[in-house]
Design a protein around this ligand. Structure first.
Ligand code: NDP
Ligand code: OXD
Length: 310
């Protein structure tokens, strides 16, 4: 089985090394040097890869995303018909996102923006002590990443709520689902963290209406996809004070143009889609496991539900 590998040039070699460390016998073809298209049976790809290109390989029987999100793989034309797509569920990816979530919840909770502004003015001024047990955190998406962030924030003493597509039960987390659950949770979220996949249902979900449901002065954290946020409506909510601050890791488009108002906004903290970065050596075992399963016709792991879009 030949495996097509396609990602940013800077990480291509790391991926090759990591996959070969798991299975030295793998026949890895580094895109665009695929060789005979008929030899390619699996493709391990990241956002840059064009799905139309994958239609060149008549014997392709597995596509593996190098990340948790697969929205880029599913947008038209989507994967070649009948070819399953697997995603990553990786402990280090989850750890990275948990750290980003905790960092940014604490940043706003502990008035870090305000203290930095005071420092810039050389003012020695104590602000009122924040109360953890009354800072309610709502998490959109209670999957691999949202579930782990919920557990970490609960352990710090925050009241945590979560919203998912199907009803869920998680110890200590107040769980919501559906449109009524969405409105109810947002109405109580002093901090809203978005960790949803980007699908037709969730695109633009953080719009004027949703931001208006939040308690005035709430904070927004988005590390899911830029397409979840209607960016100009978030800017308006920041200007009016409805949203007191935002930590944003993802944007549309990426990179965010250098003249976009988010860059210089005093209430916006940005990272360049780096909340959690896939580490090839951590992800490689599950990728190679799936390649073995595809080769031997066993059930694949971490499969994406192509109908649901995640
Ligand atoms: P999962 O698929 O494990 O979890 C997705 C969660 O979202 C599930 O709880 C699911 O509900 C819920 N959900 C999906 N659609 C809806 C909907 N229409 N209404 C309500 N809830 C919905 O994904 P992950 O946690 O692994 O990853 C989430 C996203 O994070 C990725 O898709 C990716 O976009 C982003 N990401 C960003 C990174 C970064 O560095 N910025 C790094 C990695 C991922 P249910 O449980 O009912 O299925
Ligand atoms: C992912 C990402 O989806 O890094 O894994 O954004």
């Amino acid at each position: 089985m030949a495996v097509l590998l396609s990602t940013k040039p800077a990480t291509m070699e790391d991926w090759r090394t990591a996959l070969l460390a798991e299975d030295p016998g793998l026949d890895i073809r580094m895109f665009p040097d695929a060789g005979d298209p008929a030899a390619i049976e699996a493709a391990v790809v990241w956002t840059s890869h064009d799905m139309a290109e994958l239609r060149r390989y008549p014997n392709l029987r597995l596509i593996v995303s190098m990340g948790a999100g697969v929205d880029h793989l599913l947008r038209p034309p989507g994967p070649p018909p009948g070819v399953p797509v697997a995603r990553l569920k990786d402990a280090r990816l989850t750890q990275g996102m948990t750290e980003w979530a905790v960092l940014n919840v604490l940043r706003f909770h502990r008035q870090d923006l305000e203290y930095r502004a005071l420092q810039a003015e050389r003012r020695w001024e104590e602000l009122p002590a924040p109360e953890t047990s009354s800072r309610r955190v709502g998490i959109l998406g209670l999957g691999e990443l949202g579930g782990a962030a919920a557990a970490a924030l609960l352990a710090l003493g925050f009241p945590v709520m979560g919203w998912s597509r199907a009803p869920k039960q998680r110890p200590g987390v107040e769980c919501f689902h559906g449109p009524v659950g969405f409105d109810t949770m947002l109405g109580r979220s002093d901090v809203l963290l978005c960790l949803l996949p980007l699908t037709p249902e969730t695109r633009g979900i953080l719009n004027r209406r949703a931001l208006g449901l939040l308690p005035r002065g709430a904070y927004l954290l988005n590390a899911a996809r830029g397409g979840h946020v209607v960016q100009e409506e978030l800017l308006a909510a920041l200007e009016s004070g409805q949203v007191a601050g935002a930590a944003l890791d993802v944007f549309e488009p990426e990179p965010l143009p250098s003249d976009h108002p988010f860059w210089a906004h005093p209430r916006v903290v940005m990272t360049p889609h780096a909340a959690s970065i896939t580490i090839p050596s951590s992800a490689a075992p599950q990728v190679v496991e799936n390649l073995r399963r595809a080769r031997t016709g066993r059930p694949l792991i971490n499969l994406v539900d192509l109908g649901a879009g995640y």
